[in-house]
Design a protein around this ligand. Structure first.
Ligand code: ZN
Length: 115
């Protein structure tokens, strides 16, 4: 596990910590979230057909620093999501009705109830 020192009080925090456990200062500031800079490509050489080795650790690390959303906005978003499911409910109900009817008619014809 990586350890992240606090830039304010030098307290050593877990690598997954959002903010310092001692002084509550956010550990990841804006400049640490930005896309890592990649050095300029080298001039072509004998092995130029190989893709350049990417800095894997810099490209794979994703840090969600802060989810700054007021509570009322989050409640509003959830209500909108709920309302957005209503048309999907109608579509699924119609598809279910068609499928159930087709299966019922098929079963009835197979056992000889429908003449
Ligand atoms: Zn601190």
């Amino acid at each position: 596990m990586t350890m992240t020192p606090c830039p304010n009080c030098r307290h050593i925090n877990d690598g997954i910590a959002f903010k310092c456990a001692k002084c509550e200062r956010p550990l990841f500031t804006e400049d640490r979230v930005t896309t890592p800079t990649v050095s300029a490509p080298k001039p072509p050489s004998a092995s130029s057909w190989l893709p350049p080795a990417a800095p894997a650790a810099a490209l794979t690390r994703v840090s969600v620093v802060d989810f700054n959303m007021p509570f009322a906005s989050m409640v509003g978003l959830m209500i909108k999501w709920t309302l957005a499911t209503i048309p999907a409910l109608f579509i699924l109900a119609a598809a279910g009705f068609v499928g159930f009817t087709a299966l019922t008619l098929l079963t009835a014809s197979l056992i000889g109830l429908a003449k």
